[in-house]
Every structure is written in C-alpha cells, then in structure tokens.
Design a protein around this ligand. Structure first.
Ligand SMILES: [Cu+2]
Length: 158
C-alpha cells in the first residue's frame, strides 16, 4: 500500500520535472533540403541536358525520380570514366541520400538528365523540377539555366 503510493508520487514528481518535451522535429526538419540547382542550356539541336543540385535528407532516403514540365522524361544518371571515355548510365534504383549528408549532383558525377526537352533551354530560363524521394515528401525547386560553377571535369559529358 505505502509502496504503491510512493510509486505514484514518484511518477507525479517526474511528470512535474519535465515541463514540456523539447519540440519534436517538425515538418521543416523532415524536409529534404535542395540547394544550388542549375540546368545546363540544351546543346544546339539536342533535346537533352543535365541538371545539378545538392540535396540533404534528414534521414536515410533515396532520390528515386525527377520530373519537369519542360522535359518529356527525366532520369537520374551517373557519369563514370571508362577507357578514358565519359559514359553515363541511369541509376534505376535512384540515388542514396545518407541522413544529414549533403549529396552533390555535379558534373562528372550524378546528375539529373532531362530528355525530350520540348523547347531549347538557354541561359536565363528557369526549369521547375520535382524531386521525389523514397520516404520524404517531394520537393519542388526551380533551377536557373546556366553553367554549373564547379570543376571542369566532366564538362564534355553534357
Ligand atoms: Cu546523363
């Protein structure tokens, strides 16, 4: 009897000592952050181009697809040098995004490939992109058209 009462009091005391839990990580924290997006101009006569962006997921996730109203199709690609040639291939399972880690899609590495681009993209245009993830909510960004301010390696790829 007295022991039970003691436990109840202890529970009350604990409750009193924790006024308000620290705020849960809200929606903002659960959103994938995307920054520095840019799409290259479409080469003359070509209907494809590469887009680059840095994404940081709050928890382990994957970028699984991309879409844009300016392109009939968008794929997630990876560039790789084989036999001194830059080749690229589609990441069919998407791109891994480790929790809290800024993953750069950049020339010579992974990138978003816009295919069947309906109108030529030139510097100054902007490209809406919707990034879809395995877990996190989709993110809509607008990428200006221009040259990525990054390494020269891989410039020839796109
Ligand atoms: Cu590509």
């Amino acid at each position: 009897m007295s022991r039970a009462l003691y436990l109840v009091l202890a529970a009350l005391a604990l409750a009193a000592c924790t006024p308000g839990q620290p705020a849960q990580q809200g929606d903002a924290a659960a959103t994938v952050q995307a920054s520095g997006a840019v799409c290259r101009p479409t080469p003359t006569g070509r209907q494809m181009t590469g887009c680059y962006v840095t994404v940081t997921a709050p928890a382990d996730d994957r970028l699984i697809s991309v879409s844009s109203p300016v392109a009939g199709r968008a794929e997630i690609h990876e560039s790789r040098i084989e036999n001194n040639m830059m080749i690229m291939y589609e990441l069919r399972d998407g791109l891994a995004l480790p929790a809290g880690q800024a993953v750069e899609l950049k020339p010579g590495g992974s990138h978003i490939m816009l295919l069947a681009v309906t109108e030529p993209l030139k510097a100054g245009d902007s490209v809406p992109l919707t990034l879809t993830f395995a877990t996190a909510a989709p993110v809509e960004i607008t990428a200006p058209v221009g040259q990525p301010a990054l390494t020269k390696a891989g410039d020839a790829a796109h």
